[in-house]
Design a protein around this ligand. Structure first.
Ligand code: AHM
Ligand code: MG
Length: 335
């Protein structure tokens, strides 16, 4: 039997969080506890997604979410798991979920210092086909005079203290970042039941000829967006198209390989499709902190966009620094 090269000094997410916490003398451990609750919700959502077709969780649940979309059974389960984890950890005062029309207010308490926005299962229309979906989250710290209402979340993404997503693919991949820190990627080891730090300090390529958007909408796009798409398709070496239709999976690939992901606002959906609080904002924070850029359809830095209501949408261009810069330059030319 050959000797296996076994790493006996594994950095799990739990270890990583503990080590981070000890770096800050003023840290109370509340954020760490909140992250443990998040971690548990990802593990359980991953578990149910994997079991879905075996225990008949796929298909519609017969209810509709706040915007009238049909809800999947797994959407409901993912949402319930997430809410229960956030409620029971005692660190969250206010929670916004894509699946809940109203913000959920938890009891005030000395340790309930955070506001969380999440999409528990983004891309769920892909679930029955076994395509990767994911949970997206953003975390804000409440100000001292916060009332614990939805207004505490109507802030720019620059106020986020942490953001991330978990992609439920061949394995569950958790990508998260804290304000001013590196972007780290963790892979779920199902046998250990732990997220392992496998992608420390992710830095995305400065450019890459890959574009990812629903080009079926291009007749609704503005002139500048159409010119951008024509430009990259007619480049000396034309770009490759990659579009899964599941934001977390498209974003994860873009983060790893480079390129650009776009869901522009258009004449059919003038405010865009994706949500500011729990889709665009958290992704923008991750991409910026990995060396990329993220802007909305007005070419404003995505992280400066303030939603007027909790489910507000925005157009978004997200990706490698140079790829997003090309979009900005073409739009500026059109004024
Ligand atoms: P959802 O939150 O209802 O799942 O919708 C969001 C999803 C994203 O994951 C994805 O990027 C986008 O919708 C795909 O939209 P389209 O099918 O219009 O291309
Ligand atoms: Mg979504």
């Amino acid at each position: 039997v050959g000797q296996e090269n076994i790493n006996t000094n594994i950095v799990t997410l739990t270890r990583y969080l503990n080590e981070e916490q000890t770096k800050y003398s003023e840290a109370t451990g509340d954020f760490t506890l909140l992250c443990h609750a998040l971690q548990f919700s990802f593990k359980s959502i991953a578990y149910y997604i994997r079991r879905a077709s075996l225990i008949n969780l796929s298909g519609l649940a017969g209810s509709a979410n706040s915007t009238g979309d049909d809800q999947k059974k797994l959407d409901v389960i993912g949402n319930d798991l997430f809410i229960a984890a956030m409620r029971s950890c005692g660190r969250v005062r206010i929670l916004v979920s894509e699946e809940e029309e109203e913000a959920i207010e938890f009891p005030a308490g000395p340790n309930a210092k955070y506001a969380v926005a999440c999409d528990p299962i983004d891309g769920s229309s892909n679930l029955d086909a076994g395509v990767s979906v994911g949970t997206i989250f953003g975390i804000y710290k409440l100000s001292d005079d916060a009332k614990g209402t939805k207004e505490d979340l109507l802030r720019p993404g620059t106020d986020l203290v942490a953001a991330g997503f978990t992609m439920y693919g061949a394995s569950a991949q958790l990508v998260m970042t804290m304000k001013g820190g590196p972007v780290n990627g963790f892979t779920m080891d199902d046998n250990l039941g732990e997220f392992i730090l496998t992608h420390p300090d992710m830095r995305m390529p400065k450019k890459r000829s890959i574009y990812s958007c629903n080009e079926g909408n291009s007749k609704y796009w503005d002139v500048a967006t159409r010119e951008w798409c024509d430009t990259i398709k007619n480049a000396e070496k034309p770009y490759s198209a990659r579009y899964i239709g599941s934001m977390v999976a498209d974003a994860y690939r873009t983060l790893l390989y480079g390129g650009i992901f776009a869901y522009p606002a258009d004449s059919k959906t003038p405010k865009g499709k994706l949500r500011i609080l729990y889709e665009c904002g958290p992704m923008a924070m991750i991409f910026e902190q990995a060396g990329g850029q993220a802007v909305d359809s007005n070419m404003a830095r995505m992280l400066t966009v303030v939603p007027e209501s909790i489910h507000d949408r925005s157009g978004i261009f997200l990706g490698s620094y140079d790829e997003v810069q090309l979009v900005i330059d073409i739009h500026k030319k059109h004024g």
